[in-house]
Write a protein that binds this ligand. Structure first.
Ligand code: SF4
Length: 476
């Protein structure tokens, strides 16, 4: 059968899509990026905040249209929306033929082939290095999910409710998967989980993430490799972790550490603790241990009880912290979250204005930081021809994670033209608020052999314009 996948949400969800696609391909089914040619369409959904839920429902309805205008016989909904609204989806979107939760990934073959499903939706699922998986990312980078679930009590967050308790993969399983991916030509591995800094704790390993990074850095590869981890929890950043990052060149000098706020009273109501002063000391320790490290964080504005004074404190903190990257989220009042029951909700207009104000502040920080880079040289991984124009190529510095941080646009090169996936030096010639422009310098690498091994990258269905039929959006 021809099967089309739409993958929404975060890289953790993308890995789930890749695992489902891997199992179907292992059974001989074909994956297609063309929704109108698919016999079965699978929408892997996200539901952590309202906008994500809306996008998931809209996409399900868009794909449902292909049962009318395409050859799709079956529409399957997977992912986090299923975990939260399994019954509502079944009742309110009759076009959906089957649903599959995040702990039932092994059931995708049975669902597509119409054989009885066996998985226990309550058993905590986590793939391993022998699980068939097809990468949906460009050939030169991949995500490895090293853990799933979360035990932190953040009051605004509903993820633990449907991703379950924290559980790590086996140390050797991650090492085996990384070794195979590097051997197949992947240059950059991004370790992910809800909280990567807890890796190994449930197996009794102290400093598990630091030990894992050290082991991965020791994997022998013919070419330069990059290893990055995302989603660090602030009070889990140990000196051992920082020292390990400073010691190995292949461990990119990049820390993604959501802080969520800087006002102590707000952090207390979020059940995250700490304060802006504590975070500034942590940032100072990180920057002292790893010179030139790039730091990414994310903040929530409009959390219940956030006063003007709290917001001012957050702005002063962001100005002092000078983050390289900052994601800003509007508080989403999730009905199953603990914060849903808090008083002093902030009105939508105030949330909107605070988000705009903080974004404007960070734009200035980012612009100033980028201007200081003009004239410097940096390694970059070449992504490919720009999506905007064929006259430019896109690349990323080690301080730019895939898909969430800015890019470097290559408008000139010395010696050889750019090759997707190669790592090469670049001189920065121009700075914009978030992106940079530069000249690719002569290559010092042996010719990249990006095609060997069986890393066949799976084509995802990209949501595109299809003939619209006026069906109302049900209230999931
Ligand atoms: S650490 Fe992240 S995933 Fe875990 S509860 Fe907090 S916000 Fe949610």
């Amino acid at each position: 059968m021809k099967i089309g996948f739409v993958s929404l949400g975060c890289p953790k969800n993308l890995v789930d899509s890749e695992v489902m696609m891997g199992q179907l391909a292992a059974r001989g089914h074909e994956l297609t990026p063309h929704a109108d040619q698919a016999d079965i369409l699978v929408v892997n959904t996200c539901s952590f905040i309202d906008p994500a839920k809306k996008e998931s429902v809209d996409t399900i309805l868009e794909m449902a249209e292909y049962k009318k205008v395409g050859r799709a016989q079956k529409l399957i909904v997977a992912g986090c929306l299923v975990e939260r609204y399994r019954d509502e989806i079944r009742k309110q979107i009759p076009e959906v033929d089957a649903v599959i939760g995040t702990n039932e990934l092994d059931e995708i073959v049975a669902l597509c082939e119409g054989t009885p499903a066996e998985a226990n939706p309550f058993e905590q699922y986590l793939y391993h290095d022998l699980t068939p998986r097809i990468l949906a990312t460009p050939r030169h980078y991949a995500y490895i999910k090293i853990a799933e679930g979360c035990d932190h009590p953040c009051t605004f967050c509903v993820i633990p409710q449907y991703r379950g308790k924290f559980r790590s993969r086996r140390f050797q399983s991650v090492v085996a998967e990384a070794t195979r991916l590097f051997r197949q030509g992947v240059r950059e591995i991004n370790l992910i989980g809800q909280d990567t800094t807890c890796f190994g704790e449930d197996h009794g390993i102290q400093n598990g993430l630091a030990l894992l990074l050290e082991r991965l850095a020791q994997i022998e590869t013919a070419q330069e490799k990059w290893i990055r981890f995302l989603y660090a929890y602030p009070n889990k950043i140990t000196q051992k972790l920082l020292d390990t990052m400073a010691q190995y060149p292949s461990l990119v000098k990049y820390i993604d550490m959501p802080l969520q706020h800087a006002s102590a009273p707000v952090l207390k109501r979020m059940k995250r603790g700490a304060s802006g002063d504590i975070f500034l000391k942590l940032l100072e320790r990180i920057r002292r241990t790893i010179p030139g490290v790039a730091i990414r964080t994310s903040m929530i504005v409009g959390f219940p009880g956030e006063t003007d004074a709290d917001f001012r404190e957050l702005c002063q903190f962001v100005e002092a912290a000078r983050f390289d990257r900052l994601g800003i989220f509007s508080y989403s009042d999730e009905d199953t979250s603990a914060s849903y029951h808090l008083d002093n909700k902030v009105d939508a207009r105030a949330i909107y204005l605070r988000k705009r104000r903080l974004a404007a502040l960070q734009r200035k920080v980012s612009r100033t930081r980028n201007r200081l880079l003009v004239g410097t040289e940096t390694p970059v991984v070449v992504e490919g021809v720009s999506k905007e124009t064929e006259l430019l190529w896109e690349a990323r510095m080690p301080s730019q994670a895939p898909e969430i941080d800015g890019i470097v646009m290559i408008n000139d090169y010395e010696d050889q033209p750019p090759q997707p996936g190669e790592i090469r030096k670049l001189r920065i010639t121009e700075a914009h608020d978030y992106d940079l422009v530069g000249t690719l310098l002569a290559s010092t690498e042996p010719a990249a052999n990006m095609t060997d091994g069986d890393t066949v990258n799976a084509p995802l269905v990209h949501i595109g314009p299809i003939p619209k039929s006026p069906s109302p959006t049900p209230a999931v």
